[in-house]
Design a protein around this ligand. Sequence first.
Ligand code: ADP
Length: 487
Amino acid sequence: MNLLIVSSEAVPFVKTGGLGDVAGTLALELSRKGHQVTLILPYHREIKENFDNLKVVISPLSVPMGNTTMQCQVLELISPDNLRVLFIEYNDFFDRHPIYDDGDNEYPDNGTRFAFFSKACLDAILQLQIKPDIIHCNDWQTSLIPFFLKCWAWEQDFFRDTASLMSIHNLGYQGMVDIGLAPFIGLKEKQVRQDEFEALGGLNLLKGALFYADQVATVSPTYAREILSEPGGWGLSPYLQRRQNDIIGILNGIDLEEWNPATDPYLPQTYNRENLEGKRACKLKLQEYFKFPISMETPIFGIVGRMADQKGLDLLQGCLEEILGWELRLVILGSGDPKLEKFFQDLPKKYPTKVGTYVGFQSNLAHLIEAGSDFFIMPSLYEPCGLNQMYSMLYGTVPVVRATGGLNDTVQNFDPISHEGTGFVFQDYRAEALKDSIGWALDTWYNQPKAYKKLQKEGMGRDFSWDKAINEYEGAYKKAITRKRSW
Ligand code: ADP
């Protein structure tokens, strides 16, 4: 198939979270499978700094938006796996770091930036005569594309057979923008109604895609069910229910080239399922990094992720005093909500031998925490898929998670009788439930070392490759194409 993947971020170019991992890896895997794949990204400052000297393939590209026409450039890079990557260069919008906010607040023109990006992608491929069977859109930033395809591009014969698949990586972010943006996007009055884009007196860009996309995908089977009712639907459950038959939950794979303890260049010593000796060296280095007194016996619980309400850090706050009374250590890497950042940054001052915090985004430390910890905590309020729990299992670091979304689909709860399982799973969104699970994990560590080792090995043996997901995406693409052609 001829596939176009459009995203606001993708590895190895720019990443702020799971979306970046998934968009980049999926594009590569589909290309390796023999599809003709083009990935399009905005030319963000971070990409500019690391990937210059790209080939200019269109200059200028005129993009009509409302009453104006904007001029940008399109750059190209062909990756060794024959993946074609296009970048939309428009410095007023994308020569920024970070890519979505100034560290505290979202950029006020995010709606304008990504509406322009979405339209520019279609103008670019039209000019380059790339005629995809499918445009795979990712999250609200690219969610206007299904609308453009069915309305604006409908006039152009070129896109007549191009179908769209809208992937929802996180329904907590929907692209709520001011209604005044409607003329810039090209929305007619009939499209600014409750059925399509209108929500709470503004425009909800993701909601519009639920009306126009040929297929909708989300990133785990459990999350695909959770979003059909509230609170998981974040207000959109009625519109998702309407598309119930077109929604598919496909569990993300992970990039096994980046996340493999046997080859990971960030680790002081590599290791594998048969020989975990190198993991000790990683634990040692992690303790040195956070200036803990060295103890191989005391378990380390790691956390890596965005500091956002979604991640359930309030549960940890709610039981912290108690669990820090136990014989364990906690290492935290993350950034996001300034209040949470400050809370966790202050903790090591109170517990210097027990808690280590690094506020910021640091891939090498993320790898070291995955490898050097004994347990990994993800008490998420909701988790569409989650990648860190999969990384941790492959690194022999036993996850402690809440049974939501992809966490529910990937972590198998420890069975105290058979000792089957890959982690510790709790149900209720309560600090007490997290505390009990950490207590159970700790008890297993100290009193049932064989059961702990079995958990480790079981997790390290799980298959988190992209193979299954790729087959499922191919099926979803075919369904979308059939739907579009009968539209
Ligand atoms: P989400 O997409 O909700 O942020 P995921 O678990 O799906 O959560 O993916 C998060 C990705 O971002 C993982 O690859 C994780 O290692 C990475 N990540 C998140 N925060 C940081 C950080 N502060 N430093 C390094 N990597 C991080």
